[in-house]
Design a protein around this ligand. Structure first.
Ligand code: ADP
Length: 190
């Protein structure tokens, strides 16, 4: 099984690119943001706990997302691998992922990192707020906090995957098609 991590700051275009990636390589798309939003919509206990954190631009606890991901690894069948979107987001989550995969003698295939500069992050999220209506996109101070959280807790993963020889950076500036071509050129070699 292939285990791809789709990495990048909020608004880098992960969700946009994921659809074409899973179709081309027969992967299951696992977005922790989407999984959490559906828990919130369903009004589950987990959703209730996650809601206020997400709406403040904070991360939900590591164990919560780790549990969701491991459950999917066990239950999803008939795919060639997984595309992890929004996970891992902390070093602790990355270490937990390595441990999970080691149980079945597997490992992360590659971390595909879509990079865009901070001003473009804000522009893209402001645009998405008008289209998708996500609560955490609507308030500029929440978006700011997500960018801060990204730099403080998530960006360290770049060095983590570089050290593992698994870091593949893609320039996220350009049209959707341009970025897609760059990603495919990379994944065709993995
Ligand atoms: P974006 O890609 O725009 O940052 P996501 O949809 O991936 O948004 O995530 C939305 C929110 O869900 C995050 O700001 C965070 O509160 C929560 N979340 C998603 N994935 C994780 C994770 N791996 N660990 C902790 N919190 C997470």
């Amino acid at each position: 099984m292939k285990y791809y991590i789709l990495f990048g700051p909020p608004g880098a275009g992960k969700g946009t690119q994921a659809g074409a990636m899973v179709a081309r390589y027969n992967l299951c798309h696992l977005s922790t943001g989407e999984l959490l939003r559906s828990e919130i919509a369903a009004g589950s206990e987990l959703g209730l706990k996650a809601k206020s954190l997400i709406e403040a631009g904070e991360l939900v606890p590591d164990e919560v997302v780790e549990g969701m991901i491991e459950a999917k690894f066990k239950s999803v069948k008939g795919v060639g691998g997984f595309l992890l979107d929004g996970f891992p987001r902390t070093i602790a989550q990355a270490e937990a992922l390595d441990k999970m995969l080691a149980k079945t003698e597997e490992s992360v295939t590659a971390c595909i990192s879509i990079m865009i500069p901070d001003p473009l992050i804000q522009e893209r999220i402001a645009h998405r707020a008008q289209i998708e209506g996500r609560a955490d996109d609507a308030k500029p101070e929440v978006v700011q906090n997500r960018i801060r959280t990204y730099h403080a807790k998530t960006e360290a993963l770049i060095d983590f995957y570089k050290a593992a020889g698994k870091y593949q950076e893609i320039d996220g500036v350009g049209t959707i098609e341009e970025v897609q071509k760059r990603i495919f050129a990379q994944m065709d070699q993995d």
